[in-house]
Design a protein around this ligand. Structure first.
Ligand code: GTP
Ligand code: MG
Length: 193
């Protein structure tokens, strides 16, 4: 897809603030620092529309980026970030859960998992929860530039096994550095628009 326009519409913390123009939404989920905001920037070829940081916990609101006035990327706060207070975590959890369960505009969910590590308990819970609610995500194995080709193969297997993923589960090896997986990810989006 040729992205000619990309703009932040709202950083939302509650339902009342979600956009009301009724466009399809593509959602980025995953633990803090896994590369959600970088994924968006990579796909739309902007360096820093979605703010990224080497410090986990950068994205703390649900950020709606409108692309070509055609659909939204929804960049979510990451989970599993220890330095956030329990109360804060619960608030995010509720906000995200409410959005995922009630928002009718969601057409695709990407669950991002770091290809260098085994999926965490939080990753597994999120995956199971999404599948349970019929929100079957496409899994993105991020930061593949940091591992060898051979390790990447192993990582994909590990992710599948740890998540007990079904055969038909799509897992895309991705890198914001080498752009590996970018076209494949776009295909998943275009299919749903
Ligand atoms: P939160 O907003 O905290 O939930 O994090 P996030 O998931 O949005 O991660 P973000 O995109 O901010 O990336 C976190 C760090 O990882 C940044 O320093 C990025 O530059 C780096 N990063 C993201 N993707 C890649 C990648 O594919 N390869 C490499 N080498 N680094 C990456
Ligand atoms: Mg982020």
């Amino acid at each position: 897809m040729n992205v000619s326009k990309a703009e932040i519409i709202i950083s939302a913390v509650s339902q009342a603030q979600y956009p009301q123009d009724d466009l399809p939404e593509i959602v980025l989920l995953g633990r803090s620092n896994v590369g959600k905001s970088s994924f968006i920037n990579t796909l739309i070829r902007r360096k820093a529309l979605a703010r990224t940081s080497s410090q986990p916990g950068k994205t703390q609101t649900m950020n709606f980026y409108r692309i070509n006035e055609q659909f939204y990327f929804v960049d979510m706060p990451g989970y599993g970030y220890a330095k956030v207070s329990k109360k804060e975590r619960e608030k995010w959890g509720m906000m995200i859960e409410e959005y995922l369960r009630e928002r009718k505009n969601i057409v695709q969910i990407f669950l991002l998992i770091d290809s260098r590590h085994e999926p965490s308990e939080d990753d597994r819970l999120m995956y199971d929860w999404l599948c349970y609610y019929g929100l079957n995500p496409v899994v993105i194995a991020t930061k593949s530039d940091k591992i060898s080709k051979n390790d990447a193969k192993k990582a994909l297997k590990k992710i599948r096994n740890t998540l007990s993923a079904k055969q038909e589960q799509e897992v895309i090896l991705f890198s914001a550095e080498t752009l590996l997986g970018k076209e494949e990810a776009w295909k998943c989006i275009e299919e749903k628009l």
